[in-house]
Design a protein around this ligand. Structure first.
Ligand code: NAI
Length: 261
């Protein structure tokens, strides 16, 4: 087991990520892009895996501020694609210290009896199986190193129900419990696995929803507003850092009070 960082000498900087390599899935936009930028600002080398070539824009932003970043076209539902992404972290940066399994999509909302099987399977494939595959192939490299931090992105909808949310809620609840179980499996191998459970955040995933849905999201959030993606990124960066050295299997709500009610 790695020792906890010694903070008795010099200023504590347990939030810093200098020299670490982070792989982030789904960082072309939204929470993933904000997280990529924040981790890079804290000193991490960032490798993005995304199906959207707009990930190159996140890479450019990071490089323009002096950070190190790259991206690889990656579909989290395709195991060989995910495996190649994790291998590339070692080729490009020599290590894989942090995984943020963030890629996800919204579902076509509606009553369960009208659900189309192909829609269900697509959401489960990306939002659940994609997280499991990303964890699996990151662990392949973290285990021999004897260290690592994984942050999975769940949702408030994995903790509480919401009418007309089916595959999305099911997938996010499963991500939370997969996180707990995997955390227990690897706790003594030097690898911490946690999740964030964001509340509604202002991202393309939410911007695409009808205006009345977005108003409902705001009014149901005790803070009375949607999160900025950077507010979710802060919690992810914390869990990825040594500042969270005693956090294992936590599902950290970052939701403006949504699940406190
Ligand atoms: P977003 O749409 O801005 O970002 C999602 C990213 O995932 C995009 O870059 C997209 O290209 C990528 N992606 C989609 N399918 C992929 C695939 N098969 N392989 C690789 N990448 C893929 O959405 P947002 O809001 O930033 O979502 C990020 C995560 O946060 C998701 O897991 C979402 O479920 C979760 N979340 C979002 C909330 C919100 O209110 N925005 C609330 C709670 C959770």
């Amino acid at each position: 087991m790695p020792e906890r960082a010694d903070r008795t000498h010099g200023p504590a900087n347990s939030y810093g990520l200098a020299g670490r390599t982070a792989v982030i899935t789904g960082a072309a936009s939204g929470i993933g892009a904000a997280t990529a930028r924040l981790l890079a600002a804290r000193g991490a080398n960032v490798l993005i895996g995304d199906v959207d070539p707009a990930a190159a824009g996140t890479v450019e932003l990071i490089r323009s501020t002096g950070g190190k970043a790259d991206w690889a076209h990656t579909d989290v539902t395709d195991e060989s694609s995910v495996a190649a992404l994790m291998d590339r972290a070692l080729d490009a940066f020599g290590a894989l210290d942090i995984l943020v399994a963030n890629a996800g999509i919204a579902e076509p909302k509606g009553p369960l009896h009208t659900m189309e099987l192909r829609d269900w399977q697509r959401v489960i494939d990306i939002n659940l199986t994609g997280v499991a595959l990303s964890n699996k192939h990151a662990l392949r490299h973290m285990l021999p190193a004897g260290s690592g931090a994984i942050v999975n992105v769940a949702s408030i909808l994995g903790s509480v129900g919401a009418a007309n949310s089916n595959s999305y809620s099911a997938a996010k609840a499963a991500v939370a419990n997969l996180t707990r179980s995997a955390a227990l499996t690897y706790a003594t191998s030097g690898i911490r696995i946690n999740a964030v459970a964001p509340g509604y955040a202002r991202t393309p995933l939410v911007d695409g929803l009808p205006e009345e849905t977005r108003s409902m999201m705001e009014s149901r959030t005790p803070l009375g507003r949607l999160a900025d993606p950077t507010e979710i990124a802060e919690a992810i960066a914390f869990l990825a850092s040594d500042a969270a050295s005693f956090m294992v299997g936590s599902i950290l709500a970052v939701d403006g009070g949504y699940t406190a009610a």
